[in-house]
Design a protein around this ligand. Structure first.
Ligand code: C2E
Ligand code: MG
Ligand code: MG
Length: 560
């Protein structure tokens, strides 16, 4: 600092005195006082430490402070300060987000005013800053609105029936980055990614930090093309991310998008569909942008409305839900050895909606475990009658991703068995393909606990999707179910016979029996039988039927 900018002893004493006076007034706040003639300020020591400022006495503190203010708030701050100095306003009173020593943004309420000297000239600018901290709608890390802010904004959009585009973007393998480099590094990365997304988003977009490494962009003005190009640019940028803290990073992303047009539902349904398309991008589409088009179906009803109706039925005592049962027969003599419980949903407006139309979307929904518990209880209650007739009868119940993800799945099974009085050996839990996307350790633990109780485990949809063989290597299962995909062309394509043989051999290596699904005719059954499969399921024996019909069928088939 050159001498002309240095405070004289007298000036310093005056600044300190005034500062002291302000400090009394503003106890519990940060105080700042600037000698405008010399542009030298004094700031509270607590502020210096909290925001990592250069010192209690700073030259050009206004500029230094401005660098701490969130980029989105800087203009607002600048305007306000300028109005004070130009005499338009006598003081300023505003809120902005400022970055603290840890790099997090906190909300600050700032009040300041200009004080004149004895000659009436503007001489000091002083005031207080109150650290409000993070707000419940704002993420302190990025300074962006958080998911609660998003929920609020989406509610408004829905109220106004405003067509818009909603995109969820996330960094792949972010938890690995946290594990390798630590959470502090992870936090800084989130801030950096947030900043890059902000740069990419146009002014018509609102950006949110959803959770972890996920961000959401909403716009009622942008086009699908704009979003697609923006995402392509973003992924390019991530692939060439460059260095951070001396670490060279090459990152990738996943993204799901929702085209919201005709929709009278709620925010949660909307998020279920958004989560679903994001998950599809991440797990199956290698990060390609997956678009959930809320198109109209045959009933002139948009898909989202249907999801919203189904969700509300879950909360209304499972209105419209029922279970059908499809027999599982012994491959040798075709006697019924068990049944698979299959979910159905019917409603006046939509008719009978097949489970594949809504289970994949709702699987990640918070409500699904509730439905899952209902399915389990209902299936076990109905199975009591089947077991009464055949004590070795096994009821198969499909479990979904979100049920396994929740830590209390095993406890739910224990409770349902206890309540219904069904023995564990009469229950088989089917791990569907999407469950296998879960963390292997978690899957191992759940299946180990269930098998320890005597509950059987079947691996459903074997051979479809990812990681069937790897899962089989790591978890013990009682039954491997070969998907219909491998069976449907078996008459025409003998290579599929080879696949069935290999899967059967592989399963026996791991001590599992094989059930072949989708047997539609006698010829297919004949082709399959020599391969040593244990059981079969398919329209040849029966389509899935309601409880009453299954009871009748049970008698019929077993008396053949
Ligand atoms: P999945 O568990 O593999 O169930 C077998 C599906 O194949 C059923 O379809 C069944 O109706 C159908 N199927 C059986 N035999 C034949 C056949 O010979 N030919 C043909 N073309 N299809 C046959 P569904 O009931 O539509 O269920 C589809 C999927 O939805 C199920 O596949 C399962 O992944 C899921 N799902 C059904 N119910 C539940 C449930 O209660 N919970 C969970 N988490 N998922 C369920
Ligand atoms: Mg199944
Ligand atoms: Mg299956």
């Amino acid at each position: 600092m050159d001498d002309s900018k240095r405070l004289t002893e007298k000036e310093k004493a005056k600044l300190d005195n005034l500062f002291k006076a302000l400090s009394i007034v503003g106890a519990g706040k940060y105080i700042f006082l600037c000698d405008l003639k010399k542009n030298v300020s004094r700031w509270s020591k607590t502020a210096v430490n909290y925001f990592a400022l250069p010192g209690e006495y700073m030259y050009d503190a206004g500029n230094i402070w401005e660098q701490h203010i969130h980029p989105d708030d800087r203009e607002k701050y600048h305007d306000s300060i300028e109005k004070v100095f130009s005499g338009v306003n006598a003081g300023h009173d505003m809120q902005y987000r400022a970055q603290n020593a840890e790099g997090r943004y906190v909300i600050c309420s700032c009040r300041g005013m200009v004080l004149s000297d004895e000659d009436g000239n503007d001489r000091y600018f002083g005031g207080s800053i109150t650290n409000i901290g993070g707000s419940d709608l704002q993420d302190p890390l990025t300074g962006l609105r958080n998911q609660y802010g998003l929920f609020d904004d989406l509610k408004l959009i829905l109220q106004k029936e405003q067509p818009c585009l909603i995109m969820m973007v996330g960094i792949n393998s972010f938890s690995q980055i946290n594990n390798i480099y630590g959470y502090e590094f992870g936090d800084r990365l989130i801030m950096e990614v947030g900043a890059r997304l902000r740069d990419l988003s146009s002014e018509t977009c609102q950006l949110y930090h959803f959770d972890g490494s996920r961000f959401v962009v909403v716009s009622d003005k942008s086009s699908v093309d704009c979003f697609t190009k923006g995402y392509a640019k973003f992924t390019d940028d991530l692939a060439n991310f460059g260095q951070m803290d001396g670490k060279r990073l090459s990152l990738s992303a996943s993204a799901g998008m929702l085209i919201l047009n005709f929709f009278g539902g709620d925010v949660q349904s909307l998020l279920s569909c958004l989560n679903y398309s994001f998950d599809e991008s991440k797990r199956r589409r290698n990060g390609d942008l997956v678009i959930f088009d809320n198109k109209l179906d045959g009933n002139k009803k948009a898909t989202l409305d249907k999801i919203a109706t189904i969700r509300s039925c879950i909360t209304q005592n499972f209105a419209g839900f029922s279970l059908n049962y499809q027999p599982v027969v012994n491959a040798e003599d075709e006697r019924i050895v068990g049944a698979e419980a299959l979910l159905r949903w019917q409603n006046d407006e939509y008719g009978m909606v097949p489970p594949n139309d809504f289970i994949p979307v709702l699987e990640r929904d918070n409500l699904f475990p509730k439905l899952g518990r209902w399915i389990l209880r209902q299936a076990l209650t109905d199975a009591k009658e089947f077991i009464r007739r055949d004590p070795n009868f096994v009821i198969n119940v499909n479990a979904s991703y979100s049920q396994f993800e929740k830590s209390n799945f095993v406890a739910d099974v224990v409770e349902a068995l206890k309540e219904t009085g069904v023995l564990p050996k009469n229950l088989c839990i089917e791990i569907t393909e999407r469950c296998r996307l879960l963390d292997l350790e978690q899957l191992k633990q759940i299946t180990r606990d269930l098998r320890a109780m005597g509950v059987r485990i079947a691996m459903d949809d074997f051979g479809t999707g990812f990681s069937s063989i790897n899962t089989l290597r790591h978890i013990n299962v009682d039954v491997v179910k070969i998907d219909r995909e491998f069976i449907k062309n078996i008459e025409a394509d003998r290579r599929d016979c080879g696949l069935v043989r290999i899967i059967t051999e592989l399963s026996s290596v791991f001590g599992a029996k094989v059930c072949v699904e989708g047997i539609e005719n006698e010829r297919t059954a004949e082709i399959i039988r020599p391969y040593g499969v244990f059981s079969m399921q398919g329209y040849l024996f029966s389509k899935p039927v309601c409880f009453k019909d299954f009871c009748a069928l049970n008698v019929q088939l077993n008396q053949k």
